[in-house]
Design a protein around this ligand. Structure first.
Ligand code: NAD
Length: 282
């Protein structure tokens, strides 16, 4: 039987409705700022989507478009202004940044309680400590999409392909918190198939178009495809969707899977950031 398609847009809509409701009930309007350096076409598309959805749910939104030659000090000064701005509760610095800028330094300069992306050491450390504060949005998106299937996570074998700090590692940590038995694979993993074939839950975030083929997937598995790869034939994921959907139990499409959920989780993080900033919650 072909896999059930996990409709990321539909799952995201539920969250966006709740976010909109919470904003309407809130005395203060939550504010999100996005800093975009240069004119990377992919980054511009992502930022446009984030802005559109942020405005739709009713957030106060401010966009900073900076020249690609902005100096590191110049960028740090803008983040400092945002850190002090009381109307802005969450900030995203769209990555990647140009070569003259030290990405780590820039991310570290964001106040942890305004870190809507959840990339600062304080927020990542809290996640390691099972004391979640602002959790990276794509990792949250993966977990919510897995939960949307209604399948149990505890005790299952989960395999995450990719160990980046912004996707693979936080996703593995969230699955561990749900009591899955987690294996993390990466570019130096030997015999990837041996691991993926054993996965009840398979999350793929490696940026390699259609790497995961049908014969690498356990029948009935939940497959979450994070990858976004631009090919001459259009946008494809890290999973060979047409083949894998014949064996998996559930699968996310690309586009229309993890992408829309990531945006919903970013906006939700902005609401959480406002509460954390006010001391309503940690
Ligand atoms: P990254 O380049 O930082 O990390 C890639 C990881 O994959 C690395 O840990 C590497 O070791 C591993 N890897 C590379 N080749 C491999 C192979 N052949 N076998 C096993 N592991 C391999 O990438 P990232 O930022 O984590 O993003 C991964 C993908 O997810 C990209 O396609 C990116 O565009 C996409 N992405 C999507 C969203 C979304 O919202 N849908 C968000 C973030 C990233």
């Amino acid at each position: 039987m072909p896999a059930k398609i996990i409709d990321g847009k539909k799952v995201a809509e539920k969250f966006l409705k709740d976010i909109n409701k919470n904003i309407k009930q809130s005395k203060e309007k939550p504010g999100l700022a996005i800093v975009l350096v240069g004119k990377n076409p992919a980054s511009e598309i992502y930022v446009n989507f984030k802005e559109k959805k942020a405005r739709e749910v009713g957030l106060y939104f401010k966009r900073f478009n900076l020249d690609k030659n902005v100096s590191q000090d110049g960028l740090l000064r803008i983040i400092d202004d945002i850190n002090q701005n009381r109307k802005i509760h969450g900030v995203i610095v769209q990555l990647p940044l140009p070569d003259q800028i030290d990405e780590t330094l820039v991310v570290d300069s964001i106040l942890p309680h305004k870190d809507a992306d959840g990339f600062t050491p304080v927020n990542l450390g809290s996640l390691v400590n099972d004391d979640n504060r602002l959790v990276p949005a794509t990792a949250r998106a993966c977990l919510e999409l897995i939960k949307s299937t209604g399948q149990k996570i505890a005790g299952k074998n989960a395999v995450v392909v990719g160990r980046s700090t912004i996707v693979g590692k936080p996703t593995a940590l969230l699955l561990l918190q749900e009591n899955a038995t987690v294996t993390v694979c990466h570019s130096k993993t030997k015999n990837l198939k041996e691991h993926t074939k054993n996965a009840d839950i398979l999350v793929v975030a490696c940026g390699k178009a259609k790497l995961i083929k049908k014969d690498m997937v356990k029948p009935g598995a939940i497959v979450i495809d994070v990858g976004i790869n631009r090919t001459p034939n259009g946008l494809v994921g890290d999973v060979d969707f047409d083949g894998v959907k014949e064996v998996a139990g559930y699968i996310t499409p690309v586009p229309g899977g993890v992408g829309p959920m990531t945006i919903a989780m970013l906006l939700d993080n902005t609401l959480n950031a406002m509460e954390i900033g006010k001391g309503v919650r940690f």
